[in-house]
Design a protein around this ligand. Structure first.
Ligand code: IVH
Length: 671
């Protein structure tokens, strides 16, 4: 292969990185999207023709990781501390008094930053390349989420080249979901009548912990750095200079960072941002005020829990008052009854609020919310508002307490309270409201993904008894659908087509779609990877379920109960008979020779693709991680290994050539 091609690949990577930086970090794109796409396509083509040129940090490799089964835990180089919080100006002044007293005559100033409401992350760069990304976890130990973080476009895979590239760089910052992305995600979920995500922070956390980096990539997460970590040498003498150096290295730093000479200036900035925060496309829950001079920070030290040189000012939660017009009782897919207050519409934190969840009947009784009450509602970083309290003094005469429903509002059958729980449940398996909710979940985007089968149509299908369980969807015919309201030839054809296409969904989505209690998308993926096929899964006992990593006793019992129940078993059997064939490329259950062993792979291999070797390792029960740590058992090296090889040698991790690897795999006794 000619040098010309190698050069072109390098030029393309550099150009694409620079445009990524302009677009995702600086927000000032210089070329059109089609022009960018052409560069990207050219690089992709060259890498396909010359696989030996593929490198881990090529812009084409952001979503290259395969779904992982678990995240490895990594101990932080030094604990990721939390920050002391306050809601009061006077406490900010008291903080400043303490700082001034401890620093004596030294001059100091503050840097005031937005407190991004996301989740803390620690990134490591080795010789300019992203090598590790770890969540905060409990502050001491976090999860290795490198494969997922690599999909975040504002996180540089490679730092911008410059004169003083640090050999080792640890960066701490916040991963967040833009409000616009969050709203769109919830709009889609609402359309599919799925439960709404509470706020952008939990949505970001959930997206980062998805087992499939491909799905994380679709969640459009973003990143701002706010510090360097103690593992690497300081980039400057002040925090202000450190942030400037990070920017120069291509790392996104929030543009609204400001300096304040006094605490009063800092307080003024906090007040200003409390008003301006709605202009931002990300959620902030306060401001962080930090002493700027790094040497003075050392002098101030920390309390073990939080540093003494920094304080967070939290914005007060936004509240409004309104009237409860009525209280509805909703029936969820597992029969849980939830009281919901319908409110006189009121403006709160930029949106009109008409409904508020009352969570459960214990909460409703604690608050004693009644129809016609005046109530205070609050949005505290949550998108769904809560009723905080009732203004009892203003309660109109002759109201009555809301009674706990003795019967289900949908099917009329007697309700039951969960043992040791707060939930009131409809336990009638034939309850039409539950069936509708279960069907909505079954057809949802993350489950069987049956487009065009909206809420209104599901209502009609259940009300006309055309559908009594999931399997009935697969026997619907054109004439039956045409007999329903608002159905035309074209829409019927689309629906039948979408139902047909859903037959090939992988096992993980099929398991999730069944809506088994306590089994969400993530556990469904774990089960699919472990069991590989539906027959094995259906035959497993609760003990066998619990033996699976991350499947606890509650889940195990729920799964065993579901597959023992003749009714639910019957539905699954009818689904199979209707032509569904859910399978998952899965490890063989016999070969567990690599169980408990963690591998990392680096460099270009001769016989295997990256995916191929991962599958081979997983098929024998081993785990594949994205980066080398003390927990790594083996590093498999191909040609042109990068920093992982050096790291493995440093940590004393056993290094295997491709040939060694094959021998190990065939000689389980030695492991
Ligand atoms: S500084 C030891 N700066 O807020 C000091 N934190 O409540 C490290 N956060 O866990 C934190 N924006 O995840 C800092 N500009 C900012 C921040 C920020 C968001 C988060 C961070 C931290 C939490 C503390």
């Amino acid at each position: 292969m000619s040098n010309r091609i190698r050069k072109r690949v390098e030029t393309l990577r550099l150009t694409i990185r620079q445009h990524d930086h302009l677009y995702y970090v600086q927000n000032t794109p210089e070329i059109s999207d089609p022009a960018y796409d052409r560069l990207f396509a050219e690089l992709k083509d060259l890498e396909t023709e010359h696989p030996e040129l593929v490198s881990e940090n090529s812009p084409t490799q952001r979503v290259a990781g395969s779904p992982s089964r678990t995240f490895e835990s990594v101990t932080h180089s030094s604990p990721m501390l939390s920050v002391d919080n306050t809601y009061s100006d006077d406490e900010l002044r008291a903080f400043d008094d303490r700082v001034a007293k401890q620093l004596g005559d030294s001059d100091y100033d503050y840097v005031v930053e937005l407190k991004i409401d996301g989740l803390a992350i620690c990134l490591r760069y080795a010789a300019g390349d992203l090598s590790l990304a770890v969540t905060r976890g409990d502050g001491q130990t976090g999860d290795d989420v490198t494969a997922n973080v690599r999909t975040i476009r504002s996180v540089p895979l490679t730092l911008l080249p410059g004169k003083k590239m640090p050999q080792e760089l640890e960066i701490r910052g916040e991963i967040y979901m833009p409000k616009s992305t969050f709203d769109e995600l919830n709009r889609l979920r609402q359309e599919a009548e799925e439960s709404l995500l509470a706020n952008p922070r939990t949505a970001a956390a959930g997206s980062l912990k998805l087992l499939d980096p491909g799905v994380t990539a679709s969640r459009n997460l973003a990143f701002f750095a706010y510090a360097t970590g103690p593992l690497s040498a300081a980039l400057g003498q002040t925090h202000w200079d450190t942030l400037a150096r990070l920017r120069a290295l291509g790392v996104p730093v929030n543009p609204h960072v400001q300096r304040a000479a006094t605490i009063e200036e800092a307080i003024a900035l906090c007040d200003a941002w409390n008003v301006r925060r709605r202009e931002l496309d990300y959620q902030i829950d306060g401001m962080v005020i930090k002493v700027n001079q790094l040497s003075l920070r050392d002098q101030l030290g920390s309390t073990g829990r939080a540093p003494r040189w920094c304080i967070a000012y939290k914005f007060p939660a936004e509240q409004a008052e309104t009237i409860v017009e009525s209280i509805d009782v909703q029936v969820g897919k597992s029969g849980i009854l939830t009281p919901v207050a319908n409110l006189t519409p009121v403006q709160l934190a930029g949106t009109t609020v008409k409904r508020a969840s009352l969570h459960n009947f214990d909460e409703l009784q604690r608050l004693d919310v009644r129809c016609h009450d005046r109530v205070v509602i609050e949005k505290a970083g949550e998108i769904i508002p809560k009723v905080i309290r009732v203004k009892h003094a203003e309660r109109p005469a002759q109201t009555t307490a809301f009674a706990i429903p003795q019967v289900c509002p949908s099917c009329g059958q007697a309700t039951q309270r969960d043992k040791d729980g707060v939930y009131i449940r409809c336990v009638n398996p034939q309850c039409p409201a539950q069936l509708k909710e279960r069907l909505r979940y079954f057809v949802g985007r993350d489950q069987m993904d049956i487009e065009n089968l909206g809420a209104a149509l599901i209502d009609q299908l259940v009300d006309t008894a055309l559908v009594c369980d999931f399997s009935d969807l697969y026997t619907l015919d054109k004439a039956q659908l045409l007999s329903l309201e608002r159905m035309a030839e074209k829409s019927v054809a689309n629906i039948l087509d979408a139902i047909e296409r859903s037959k090939t969904r992988p096992l993980s989505r099929f398991i999730a779609a069944l809506g088994i209690r306590h089994i969400g998308g993530q556990s469904a993926q774990i089960l699919a990877n472990h069991f590989g096929g539906l027959n094995i899964l259906m035959a497993a006992s609760s003990a066998e379920f619990e033996a699976v990593d991350q499947i606890g006793p509650t889940m195990g019992e729920s799964l065993a109960a579901y597959f023992c129940d003749p009714q639910s078993r019957g539905v699954v059997e009818r689904l199979l008979a209707a032509g569904l064939n859910p399978a998952e490329p899965a490890p063989s259950r016999q070969d567990r020779s690599l169980a408990g062993k963690t591998f990392v792979v680096t460099g270009t291999l001769e016989k295997y693709t990256r995916e191929g070797i991962k599958e081979a390792i997983q098929a024998s029960g081993g785990k594949v991680a994205g980066s080398v740590s003390r927990k790594t058992d083996y590093l498999v090296v191909g040609k042109n290994p990068g920093s992982k090889h050096a790291k493995a040698l440093e940590l004393g991790v056993e290094v295997l050539s491709e040939k060694d690897f094959e021998e190990k795999c065939n000689m389980p006794a030695e492991l």
